[in-house]
Design a protein around this ligand. Structure first.
Ligand code: G3I
Length: 322
């Protein structure tokens, strides 16, 4: 259905999940785009400063190729999921730049031509940061200073000017103080990047929706309009639902969740269509949310038996109808 509308629906997948035949079949049936859930993070790729391990990625890439699925890349720079050797190696600015550049060169080369679309920087804004610009105090900020974000985008662009480069973050939809502050800080950052001609092409709204929180309403929709006005496309990159604090159960809960997601999708699409949407996982069986919350039924499009559930319906009516 997405394809018919010229859109791409995708899901985050762990290479180990391909061992499950039923999961693999569900992927083939439902998905046009895969993103490795962890296989392209530094901790998976870099067992030591001198080594690269692409085995997990290649497993996913072979599956994608065999089934004519596209892939996107996640992630070149993040404050999480880094190997323990990394921080001690970032001795000074020059060395840090060298390490970062070499990483990007190698990873882009190894994953090309399969991956043409990358989450370049993930979660760099933190409204709780003591810094005025709201930049999260990460290993890269400490090693390279606040320009590290533009630097990473430039590196990726220089390595392959044909890549689509994405800034990805969570909580941007929230209607609480955190959400308002985050949108403001991120907008300042995006405007700065655009003024400096930094090659950034899309904003990834992770969309880990915490359904007990209010949505950002007008402030959120205006934010998206301004972002699009900067020439930055909008993706939904990691959609899933945290229903753990939604009162009620069964039908009542799932109706609430469906309304919530549909309201969210309508807000996002008020400023224009969203052509790329991914959920962070496909089925409730062994999802990261199940690890995090225990019971996470209804969080993803398919249930624990790989049958289409309420979120699948919400995506059809809330995303594909618009
Ligand atoms: O690498 C070890 C492996 O050797 C071991 O066998 C296994 C046993 O539990 O643990 C493995 O590491 C885990 C890794 O996932 C691979 O499965 C880590 O403990 C675990 O912390 C890690 O969690 C991932 C997390 O990112 C950190 O990388 C989640 O699966 C993944 O869903 C989550 O994804 C993030 C996005 O990248 C960014 N946005 C938020 C999203 C959810 O937190």
């Amino acid at each position: 259905m997405a394809r018919k509308k010229g859109r791409l629906y995708g899901a985050a997948v762990k290479s180990s999940q391909l061992n499950d035949h039923r999961f693999a079949e569900a992927l083939k049936r439902e998905v046009a785009l895969l993103v490795p859930e962890g296989e392209l993070k530094w901790d998976a790729l870099r067992p030591s400063p001198a080594e690269f391990d692409f085995s997990g990625y290649h497993r996913l890439a072979q599956f994608a190729q065999a089934n004519s699925l596209a892939m996107r890349g996640h992630v070149l720079v993040w404050h999480h999921a880094n190997p323990s050797w990394l921080v001690p190696e970032l001795k000074n600015k020059k060395t840090a730049e060298k390490i970062l550049r070499a990483h990007i060169e190698r990873v882009v080369a190894e994953t090309s031509p399969m991956i043409r679309n990358w989450d370049v920087v993930n979660e760099a804004i933190d409204p709780r940061s003591p810094r005025k610009d709201g930049l999260r105090e990460t290993l890269w900020l400490k090693a390279l200073g606040p320009n590290y974000i533009s630097q990473v985008f430039h590196y990726a662009h220089q390595v392959d000017p044909g890549l689509t480069l994405v800034y990805n973050d969570f909580g941007l939809e929230r209607g609480d103080g955190y959400g308002y502050a985050k949108r403001k800080l991120l907008l300042n950052l995006l405007k700065k990047l655009k003024t400096k001609n930094v090659p950034i092409h899309a904003l990834g709204l992770q969309s880990h929706l915490r359904c007990h929180l209010p949505l950002g309403g007008r402030d959120f929709t205006e934010f998206l309009k301004t972002v699009r006005g900067l020439g930055i496309e909008i993706y939904i990159t990691e959609l899933d639902l945290d229903l753990s604090r939604v009162p009620g159960e069964g039908y009542e809960r799932s109706t609430f969740a469906q309304n919530y997601v549909q309201t969210y999708l309508a807000m996002v699409q008020e400023s224009g269509s969203v052509n790329t949407l991914l959920t962070w996982g496909l089925s409730d069986r062994r999802s990261w949310l199940e690890d995090a919350l225990g019971d996470a039924q209804g969080s993803l499009p398919l249930d624990t038996n790989y049958q289409r559930g309420p979120l699948w319906e919400s995506l059809r009516s809330g995303w594909l109808r618009a």
